[in-house]
Ligand binder design. Structure first.
Ligand SMILES: Nc1ncnc2c1ncn2[C@@H]1O[C@H](COP(=O)(O)OP(=O)(O)OP(=O)(O)O)[C@@H](O)[C@H]1O
Length: 746
């Protein structure tokens, strides 16, 4: 390959040295408590040092880093420079090792074509057929602007109005929230003795994340418009405890909460009583009943069971697996299983098919094949590690800069990765100020807007970002799995999974943020060549993905003159060939590398992000280890995708140091007995931040789910959702209390 011959220094006006207004505004607004983010250059300093000349990398050094790779030498273009630019002019050259050499071959994807499980979203049945209170019907029609029911609503609402316990499974974005909210509101408004605010909770809804709590609260609040005497309320981490306590004291009748925060209040607030509870709803039940929340759920169920004898229990999710249903089978009272699958044999008659009748299911049961919205197009692209960053950036540019009204969500495996890419993209992609290239729409440069969401952000900012992205018509949200479950973000057109999810269920929930309620949407999963087999793993769950070629993604760079190499600089038009694509990709990579290498601090920040990536990578569950194993990562190549020119040499030492620090913590000592536990603890620090304490260190699968590890005997629960019994664990309560102290949030 001929040397790519352009660099940032070739074309100093291509990338502005000043951060955009959005960048500095967002940086100012940021109040991150998270350490990695503090590694990112402070907003103030960005103005001064943003594009300091990259430290010259000696040929020797670079060769050591990319042994055998051809070095690309970029000679600076002659141009007049201001004194502040002199340093840059003095720099003799920047070297970017070849992105396109010494990569592993991209394997052919022999993806088995599978028939995906489908569900019909809408029915022709109207809400007024349900015999609901007329004011409730008119609220649904006029406030929510809905007239006909979705399939899951048509099946669930009558069953729940009959007073039955239920397990509800239907695809993402099919209207499960109203499927439980409508019966709750209908039953509570109809109570003979009118509900008083001071009565406390009649319904408790548990959800896994704060944003989902806010969203569900919003829906309940709308439904309650005509029934002003019923008071809804939300409890979630990050809010002021004091004000929550005050609201609890006044009384909340429909209480929506994350498990962790509710446990806080159960332990510390005198005014929380469940004696009148009639409903217990687990939204995203497979997530909530996952081992991650086990201690919190134990505390909640014990508190509820101690006071409340009889109530309705409802479990809902798009991925209610066999594991959860089996757990529910021995804990719910004569539950009805509701599934909306199109296949007739998968459809359980809600009136007479209780879960106990379908358990134990046959091996490879259909419950492991999740329905995917029909209008969702799924893609996969296989990209060598060195090209990952450039490829992601090119894809974002393609969709969000050159196409109109695109709204994209990009999933990463840790908070640190989100922070890193967010800051990097703000400082590089948003700073481009070149004249519109041919094919570029005039307003294209203003179209790019980045937001980010993860568990290590201040709640105030989290909520603001969630609201802003919800109401926005365009933009790119970089996030962890904190946004994977339940969030109804309108008009999202693309889901990108930059790091593969740890289970098919999480894959389903991530892509389910688009193509909701019959809308069209697309998803892209980015895999390394060594991870290509993951496509087969998805196929075994009847998930069909079609291939998108990396070259087709990178091709967009030829539409963007910001990435013009020197060779093409003077030419007006030219044929777009693979050579030009490579050169432009190299220019973009150089922009990233220049930014990262412009100060020691940024280099160390990128190294920490890389370290976080590796640690998250080490936590894939056992059944996926043959695909995602740290041993198959080429550190030098992966480093490139963090804008690092060199594979960090002290990475393992850094990791060891961190591990030692953990080992010194007596509270974690017990958990660090085995290598496995160690990985779990490391993951707790680098996870998405959605889980409480030990939640982060546990694998995603629900207990009993195929492929999941069996529970440790000492933690085997005797689950009980109600009917006056106390939840029993083989561990004593005392031991549990000690444990809950041990697993504080990290
Ligand atoms: N009957 C209906 N008619 C039109 N729109 C509806 C109807 N029911 C729900 N919706 C809308 O569909 C969207 C998705 O609903 P909801 O968030 O409840 O889906 P879900 O099944 O809970 O998804 P997930 O599994 O991702 O949590 C929401 O915007 C909601 O307002």
């Amino acid at each position: 390959m001929a040397a790519a011959d352009s660099s940032l220094s070739d074309n100093p006006r291509t990338f502005s040295r000043r951060p955009s207004a959005q960048a500095s505004r967002q940086a100012k607004a940021t109040k991150r408590k998270h350490q990695a983010s503090s590694e990112a250059p402070p907003a103030k300093r960005r103005n001064e040092t943003s594009f300091l000349p990259a430290k010259k990398t000696s040929v020797k050094e670079t060769q050591r880093a990319f042994k055998g790779n051809t070095q690309k030498t970029f000679s600076p273009k002659k141009h007049s420079v201001s004194p502040s630019d002199r340093n840059q002019e003095e720099r003799p050259c920047i070297k970017t090792s070849s992105l396109f050499k010494n990569n592993p071959d991209i394997p052919e994807l022999h993806r088995p074509v599978v028939k995906q499980v489908q569900e019909k979203v809408f029915t022709s049945a109207a809400f007024h057929e349900l015999g609901l209170h007329p004011h409730l019907i008119s609220t649904i029609n006029t406030v929510l602007k809905m007239s006909s029911m979705t399939s899951v609503q048509k099946q669930s609402i009558p069953v729940l109005l009959e007073g039955r316990d239920a397990l509800v499974r239907s695809q993402t974005g099919s209207g499960k929230t109203l499927a439980y909210c409508i019966p709750v509101v209908q039953s509570l408004q109809a109570m003979k003795s009118k509900i008083q605010r001071s009565d406390g909770p009649y319904a408790l809804v548990l959800v896994p994340t704060r944003e989902l709590a806010l969203q569900s609260f919003d829906t309940v609040q709308k439904l309650l418009k005509p029934f002003t005497w019923i008071v809804p309320g939300v409890l979630m981490g990050g809010e002021k405890r004091k004000s929550e306590k005050a609201r609890l004291r006044k009384g909340i009748n429909i209480l929506i909460s994350t498990p962790g925060r509710l446990v806080d209040h159960i332990k510390s607030t005198k005014n929380i009583h469940f004696s009148r509870l009639r409903w217990l709803v687990f939204d995203e039940a497979d997530r909530i009943l996952d081992l991650g929340f086990e201690r919190d759920i134990t505390v909640i169920l014990n508190a509820v069971n101690a006071e409340c004898q009889k109530r309705q229990n409802v479990l809902l999710s798009a991925t209610l697996t066999e594991g959860v249903t089996r757990l529910a089978d021995i804990s719910l009272h004569d539950p009805v299983s509701i599934s909306v699958l199109d296949k007739s044999h998968d459809q359980l008659n809600p009136k007479d098919k209780a879960v106990r009748e379908v358990c134990p299911p046959p091996a490879g049961d259909e419950l492991d094949n999740f329905a995917i919205p029909e209008s969702l197009e799924q893609h996969v692209t296989v990209v060598p590690s060195k090209l990952r960053l450039v490829c992601l950036a090119a894809f974002i540019l393609q969709k969000c800069k050159f196409e109109k009204d695109q709204k994209m969500v990009v999933f990463f495996s840790s908070c640190e990765l989100v922070e890193f890419h967010y800051s990097l993209f703000l400082q590089t992609l948003l700073s481009s100020s070149g004249a519109p290239a041919s094919g570029q729409l005039p307003s294209a440069s203003t179209r790019l807007k980045f937001l980010r969401l993860h568990g290590n952000m201040e709640q105030e900012e989290r909520t603001a970002v969630f609201q802003e992205f919800s109401h926005s018509r365009r933009g790119v949200l970089l996030c962890t799995d904190v946004a994977a479950r339940g969030l109804d973000l309108p008009q999202v057109t693309w889901i990108v999974q930059y790091n593969a999810p740890s289970s098919p269920a999480e894959y389903i929930h991530r892509i389910g943020r688009t193509a909701r309620i019959g809308c069209h949407g697309s998803s892209l999963l980015i895999l390394a060549p060594s991870e290509a087999e993951y496509v087969n793993s998805l196929a075994s769950h009847k998930i069909n993905v079609s291939e998108m070629k990396m070259e087709d993604i990178l091709c967009v760079l030829t539409r963007d003159d910001c990435f013009k190499g020197k060779r093409w600089g003077a030419q007006k038009s030219h044929a777009v060939g693979p050579q030009e694509i490579r050169e432009r990709a190299t220019v973009l990579q150089t922009v990233f590398e220049d930014y990262v290498h412009s100060s020691e601090r940024r280099v160390s920040w990128a190294k920490k992000a890389l370290q976080s990536f590796i640690q998250a990578y080490a936590t894939y569950p056992r059944e996926l280890k043959h695909i995602f194993h740290v041993r198959s990562l080429h550190l030098g190549h992966v480093a490139k995708s963090f804008g690092l020119r060199d594979a960090p040499r002290n990475l393992s030492a850094l990791t060891r140091k961190k591990r030692k620090a953990h080992l010194k913590r007596p509270d974690l000592h017990k958990k660090t007995q085995s290598k496995h536990s160690l990985t779990e603890i490391l993951r707790s620090e680098y996870s998405s931040g959605i889980e409480p304490g030990v939640a982060k260190v546990k694998k995603q699968n629900a207990p009993g789910e195929p492929g999941s590890r069996p529970l440790r005997p000492s933690l085997q629960p005797t689950p009980c959702f109600g009917h006056g019994k106390t939840l029993k664990w083989r561990k004593t309560q005392k031991a549990l209390q000690q444990d809950s102290k041990t697993f504080q949030k990290v």
